[in-house]
Structure formats: C-alpha cells, structure tokens
Design a protein around this ligand. Structure first.
Ligand SMILES: Nc1ncnc2c1ncn2[C@@H]1O[C@H](COP(=O)(O)OP(=O)(O)OP(=O)(O)O)[C@@H](O)[C@H]1O
Ligand code: SF4
Ligand SMILES: [Mg+2]
Length: 399
C-alpha cells in the first residue's frame, strides 16, 4: 500500500506472513514495522477509496516476559488500534507481530483462535464489553469452554479461584453485570480475561472510567495479579500518572508511531522528545516551589489528522524546537542517543535530541499551520474517523 511519505522508515522485517524471524529469549511480544491503515471510502453506488487513516504507521515494540509496558499519547494517536492489532482483532496492513516467536500475521482460523487464549484484552468500559444477559458464571465459563478448559470437571473450583483472585465474593457468580459497581465490573472483566490463563493482557484504559478512589484499587489488583501469576501487561492510558505508577517501561505515541521509549523513571526524569516534554510539563507537581519554577511548554496548533499526517517528523507542525533542515523532510526513527547518563534503553525519534538536551538548540515560537488535506473534504475524514475528540488532559492547545 502506498504511504503518505516517501521518507518513512522501511519495515524491519520481510513481507507480511513471514514467520522466519526469531525473538530474543526474554521477549514475549515482538512487534516490527506494524501498520494499520483504514481506507476512507466515498461514493453512492460504487465505493472508491479516497484516502487512508494512518492509525498505526510503523511501530516497533518489544515487551519482555513479566514486565508492564505503558503506552500513552493523545486521543486518536492510535493506541487502541495498536493494542487491537497486536491481538489480531484488527487486520495488519503491514509488519509482523511475534508472540513467543510465532508470527500472528501468518495464523488463521483455528490456529489463531488457539493462540488468542494466551493474549487477552481488558477494556475501558466493562459494561460495554460484558454481555448484559449473561451471569458472571456464564461469562467466565464461555471463554473457558471455548478453549476446552472445563473438561476436567473442576470448573467450579476454577471459578471460585478466579473470583478470589480478583477480590469478588462467590455470590457474584449468579449476578449480572449491571448489578455491580464500576470497580466490581472491572474486576469481572479482569476475571474473564484471566479465565483462560493468558500470558499477555492488553488493558485499554482499564481505570479511566472509574472513580479516582477505585482506580487505585484496580491498579493494585493488576499489580498483585502480575506478581502472583507472572503476567505480562501492555497498559494503554492517557493519564501519565497511572502509567508511571504501574509501568516498568513507557512508550509515548504521536500520530501512529512511537516517539520515545524508556524505563518509566528515566522517561519521567529526563524526557528527551519535545512532545514528551510538553506532555510532562503540563502535569502539576505537588511541591509548590518546583511547581512555580518548572518549565511549561504549551503546544500550539491543531493535532494533524491521521488521514493526512505531516511529512518528515510528524510533530514538526507543533514542535517548538523544529529546525530548518531535516524536520519537515526526513522521518526520524526511534534511536538510542549519545547523551551522558542516558541509558541505551532510552530511545527517541528526534533528529536533534542531543542538541536539545544540551541546550545548544533553544525553544522558539511556533506558528500554527494549516494541517488539513486539500484532497479530502472534512466530511470524508469525519466519516472515517467517527466523532472522536482529540482532547488529551494536561495538554494545552494554545492559539
Ligand atoms: N475502524 C476504523 N475505521 C476508520 N478509522 C478508525 C477505525 N478505528 C480507529 N480509527 C481512527 O484511527 C485513529 C486512531 O484511533 P484509536 O482509537 O486507535 O486512537 P486512541 O489513541 O486509542 O484514542 P483514544 O485515546 O481516544 O482512545 C483515530 O483517528 C480513529 O478515528
Ligand atoms: S525532529 Fe525536529 S520537529 Fe521532530 S521533534 Fe525533533 S526537533 Fe521537533
Ligand atoms: Mg483508545
């Protein structure tokens, strides 16, 4: 498929469907050159493809066994699509997803279904993801039956164990989803994911629909379960505080690609990408002295549409460090940097990360740019994108 930018990095692996690459021993999930492009269709009688939404556009991501990887980014940057594509709930346009060395893109039908047992999803809205006509018992047994896990006749014992693991009473089994509070429903959602003994859980905004007081309980539950069961997590969240608290490593996404990735503490202590710096600068600090003096970076200009991403660095239309050369012509790749004290595990997709960190390059004013695509009407894009907002708590879009 054609891409909007001839300077994009080439996918790191061969053509889709090749199952030849091998993952490192402690890597459970190895994503290479992943792209998910949604066609934008137009036409009354015959549907024509008039463009694409480049929801995920070249992501390399490795998740190690037993770790928690936090994924953050503005609304619409492609986090959920990436999570769904990893579980093959979304068709891949390009790239590979190796799970324990098996390329999921090469699996179909029964093989894919069997593989799915090892990878489960926890959703933001448990009520929307749980069938309201089924009791908790039916909900939990459904997945277990589908994967032949109820054959030994010890299903009742397993159900009891699952409820205990997520902190619900046994009486919950005969209840329906609407009879629970939000936090309890999320516990049911987690129990359902656990019912088939997965190794990887992709949790898409697992606490953002919950009251703040309940959020911590669910986060702690996820952490306890990880320790007990040796689970690996990909946690998607827009709340930087949630991600920091729970993650070993954090990836920051912008318009379909990762712009920075590091151990959680490294990322929060020394963000290197201008976008990450802007995100973190908007998070209030409890210490009033630090709060009064900390750097604040207000992002200017609209978030470009994923149907028309800017050429070169995707962030160049809003970047306060943008340079005359390279920024708008050459797409930066995620790379290690040569900065004192910054470990190789800290990678950033910015041509000028070293010069920005040293202070050699200074911040400048940003002139808002028109980021609409002249070949697509607003209606074409809205129809393809649905009615999604782009707000990201903590980021101020100045005028
Ligand atoms: N099935 C689809 N068809 C067309 N466009 C889609 C489809 N699914 C997602 N998109 C678009 O792809 C882009 C990425 O969407 P996605 O839901 O992955 O973003 P997100 O980062 O999870 O956002 P949020 O934080 O709001 O959940 C958005 O512009 C969205 O409108
Ligand atoms: S490559 Fe250029 S535009 Fe992109 S983040 Fe770095 S300085 Fe900004
Ligand atoms: Mg989402």
């Amino acid at each position: 498929m054609s891409t909007p930018d001839a300077t994009q990095p080439a996918p790191s692996t061969g053509p889709r469907g090749s199952a030849t690459a091998t993952a490192e021993p402690d890597v459970l999930l190895d994503v290479r050159g992943l792209k998910v492009h949604f066609p934008i269709k137009k036409g009354v009688i015959v549907d024509r493809t008039v463009g694409h939404v480049y929801a995920v556009d070249g992501v390399d991501l490795q998740i190690r066994r037993g770790e928690t990887y936090g994924l953050v980014g503005e609304s619409g940057c492609g986090k959920s699509t990436l999570g769904r594509a990893i579980l093959r709930l979304e068709e891949l346009t390009e790239g590979s997803v190796l799970f324990e060395g098996t390329d999921l893109a090469s699996l179909k039908g029964e093989e894919l279904r069997r593989q799915r047992r090892h990878m489960q999803m926890v959703f933001q809205d448990p009520l929307g993801s749980l069938d309201p006509r089924q009791t908790v018992e039916q909900l939990l047994l459904e997945g277990m039956r589908a994967h032949g896990l109820t054959k030994d006749g010890d299903a009742r014992e397993r159900l009891g164990q699952l409820l205990q693991e997520v902190g619900l009473p046994r009486t919950a089994l005969s209840k329906y989803p609407h009879e629970f509070s939000g936090g309890q429903r999320q516990r049911v959602g987690i129990a359902r994911a656990l019912s088939v003994n997965p190794s990887l859980i992709v949790a898409d905004e697992p606490v953002s629909a919950l009251d703040v007081s309940v959020q911590a309980q669910v986060i702690n539950l996820l952490a306890d379960l990880q320790e007990e069961l040796g689970l690996t997590y990909l946690i998607i969240a827009h709340d930087l505080a949630v991600v920091r608290h729970i993650s070993d490593r954090v990836g920051v996404m912008y318009l379909g690609a990762l712009v920075e990735e590091a151990d959680a503490d490294d990322l929060y202590q020394e963000p290197l990408h201008p976008y990450t710096r802007a995100l973190l600068s908007a998070v209030p600090v409890p210490d009033p002295t630090v709060e009064d003096t900390r750097e604040q970076i207000l992002l200017v200009g609209d978030l470009p549409s994923p149907a028309n991403p800017p050429a070169g660095c995707r962030f160049h239309t809003r970047c306060p460090w943008r340079q005359e050369t390279r920024c708008d012509t050459e797409r930066p790749q995620l790379r290690t940097v040569e900065i004192n004290g910054v470990p190789a595990s800290h990678r950033v997709a910015c041509h000028w990360a070293e010069q920005i960190a040293s202070g050699e390059l200074r911040r400048h004013a940003v002139k808002p740019q028109d980021v609409t695509d002249p070949t697509l009407t607003e209606h074409d894009v809205d129809t393809a994108l649905g009615a999604k907002g782009t707000a990201f708590p903590g980021v101020v879009d100045g005028a």
